[in-house]
Design a protein around this ligand. Structure first.
Ligand SMILES: CC(C)(COP(=O)(O)OP(=O)(O)OC[C@H]1O[C@@H](n2cnc3c(N)ncnc32)[C@H](O)[C@@H]1OP(=O)(O)O)[C@@H](O)C(=O)NCCC(=O)NCCS
Length: 174
């Protein structure tokens, strides 16, 4: 199994994995509205590949809450033939380690608390994803101490302008 950063050539193969693993209509989810027209955070979009193809993939997008930069985790999916082997957990740990190295301070996702709590994610009562989103599924993680303190309100899309605060996917963020 090889760990690789996703390249543009991998895009549709990763999309096919997501189509396989998620219910039809996944792109209608409100979290996708935060991704429309915004580049993913390339160095954190990782995949695990073996001779059969892509076994697991994770992507991240930049978003903002109250002017603070936030890393939106997802989608993540593991091919059904490899689920439960630890690949998902490994990809999450590795990508979050890299995110911290790149200077990201806080992470957000919409997902199942029973799964993501093992990585330290907690429900974010004061952070509002675009509707319709079940608030119990809005989960956050601090990569630096108190990174979510005072950061609350609506999650908004990042500017696509590379000079804007959220466009800096590879540099150290404050
Ligand atoms: C969710 C997913 C990414 C987890 O990856 P994985 O490699 O299968 O999981 P791991 O091997 O790292 O971890 C397995 C553990 O997670 C648990 N788990 C998996 N999905 C879970 C969920 N939705 N809720 C709670 N626990 C979950 C398993 O029961 C197992 O628990 P155990 O360690 O106590 O036995 C993968 O199963 C998947 O792609 N699912 C379909 C797409 C999806 O739901 N993506 C996440 C969107 S929120």
């Amino acid at each position: 199994m090889q760990l690789l950063e996703e390249t543009p050539a991998d895009w549709w193969e990763v999309e096919a994995l997501y189509d396989l693993c998620f219910a039809p209509g996944r792109e209608a989810l409100s979290s996708y509205r935060l991704r429309d027209g915004v580049d993913p955070v390339a160095p954190l979009c990782l995949l695990l590949r073996n001779v059969d193809g892509i076994a697991a993939a994770i992507r991240f997008w930049p978003v903002q809450v109250a002017g603070a930069k936030v890393l939106l985790l997802g989608p993540i999916a593991v091919h059904p033939t490899h689920q439960g082997e630890g690949l998902g957990g490994w990809l999450i740990h590795e990508s979050l380690r890299r995110a911290a190295t790149l200077g990201w301070q806080r992470v957000l996702l919409v997902g199942d608390a029973p799964y993501y709590s093992r990585f330290g994610f907690r429900q974010m009562a004061d952070v509002d994803m675009p509707p319709p989103t079940n608030p119990a599924r809005v989960l956050g993680l601090e990569l630096t101490p108190d990174a979510w303190a005072g950061v609350s309100g609506a999650v908004v899309k990042c500017a696509t302008n590379p000079d804007a605060p959220c466009g800096q996917s590879t540099s150290v963020l404050t």
